[in-house]
Design a protein around this ligand. Structure first.
Ligand code: 0L1
Ligand code: MG
Length: 252
């Protein structure tokens, strides 16, 4: 099956707001390079990009979907929710929310040897974020290649006001995810590959393999820090990250 055909299946699922079987169910030989090419087709159609996202950088996330390696995707500008803007769950298939530490790049960053220290030096600000995942696959059942092709389940995202990273130890930043007034999960920044900046460095090195890079002004979601919680109309999700602040997302 051709790459545009595989991308078309995922695009149709978004349009119809209907989950599909994993691509690997009909294409068992689907491998990672092919999956990233499918994702690239979707990226070319997505309009202006706001930046990038990492997925499956924490054990909690890896356990939730039974995939044990990090992956990366893109963030269409159209996927951004404004502060205070409610999430329209009817526009999505099966939304789940997770806490993120978000990087705002102050400088371009590229190359196969980039480190977490390089990332911090290139970062203009860090912010609390909520990512709204929306797998196009039924019940979030997929292989690593499937989830890569599906742009790592990217749906919507909201980002708080950035603060300068100097003086904040992001490893130790406490993270609290609340749903409807109850604590659903807790973590620290170190949950994402030991340091959220290390996760972003992994992304830069991965992009270098295909000659791509991060650009000043882009944002990066550095990976869900806890398992994601399903949401439906009426739910309110609150994410707090120590030093970065609190974000609230109401679902309708
Ligand atoms: O939960 C999932 O759908 C796996 C892919 C994305 C995970 C993430 O953004 O951390
Ligand atoms: Mg995420």
């Amino acid at each position: 099956m051709s790459i545009p055909t595989l991308a078309g299946r995922l695009r149709d699922a978004v349009t119809a707001r209907t989950a599909i079987e994993p691509l690997s169910a009909t294409v068992p030989e689907l491998d990672l390079p092919t999956a990233y090419r499918v994702q690239h087709v979707l990226r070319d159609e997505a309009g202006p990009l706001a930046g990038w996202k990492l997925g499956l950088t924490s054990r909690a996330k890896q356990r939730q979907v039974d995939v044990s390696e990090p992956v990366h995707g893109f963030l269409p500008a159209a996927g951004a929710l404004d502060l205070g803007e409610p999430l329209d769950t009817a526009a999505l298939i099966a939304p789940r929310c997770e806490p993120e530490i978000v990087f705002v790049l102050g400088h371009d960053l590229a190359g196969p040897h980039v480190t977490a220290a390089d990332v911090l030096a290139a970062t203009a600000g860090v912010a609390v974020g909520i990512e709204v995942l929306d797998s196009r696959y039924r019940d979030y059942r997929f292989t690593m290649a499937d989830v890569v092709a599906d742009n790592t389940s990217a749906g919507r995202y909201v980002v708080g006001p950035p603060v300068p990273p100097a003086g904040i130890d992001l490893r130790l930043a406490g993270v609290v995810l609340e749903k409807n007034g109850r604590v659903a999960a807790t973590a620290a920044g170190a949950a994402s590959m030991g340091h959220p900046a290390a996760a972003v460095a992994w992304l830069v090195r991965a992009l270098a393999a295909t000659g791509e890079e991060l650009r000043a002004g882009e944002i990066v979601l550095s990976g869900g820090l806890t398992a994601a919680v399903p949401v439906e109309p009426g739910d309110v999700v609150v994410v707090t990250v120590d030093h970065l602040g609190t974000l609230e997302l109401a679902c309708r």
